[in-house]
Design a protein around this ligand. Sequence first.
Ligand SMILES: [Zn+2]
Length: 125
Amino acid sequence: MPSLFGMYGYEGFGGRNAEIGAAADAQRASTQARDAEQRVKALEESLAKTLLICEAMWEILRDHSGIDNEVLFEKLREIDLRDGVLDGKNQSKPTECPSCQRRLSNRHARCLYCGHTFAKSTFEL
Ligand SMILES: [Zn+2]
């Protein structure tokens, strides 16, 4: 009959069980790294398609409206500054819930504490 420690996965330091545990950890880490790599590749492909569509839309707009690059860059700068930082993106920082005043990541569409729904820009991640 295994000891209480053995039943819960602890077999002491060193020895065969430690080696098996380390090998399992290494296998799990390898699988997680491979999964992360595949997700990054999928995101890169998705981003490349999005950029291609943006480029096509911009060129159609430019060629059919007379709006030039200067107007585009001025608008990009204006939007970039909406989050208070000129950094090439418009993504808000952690925010305070207007209902319960707790701080939350801007990734959430609803407050995790009180359920308040946030009005979020379509263009935020
Ligand atoms: Zn809240």
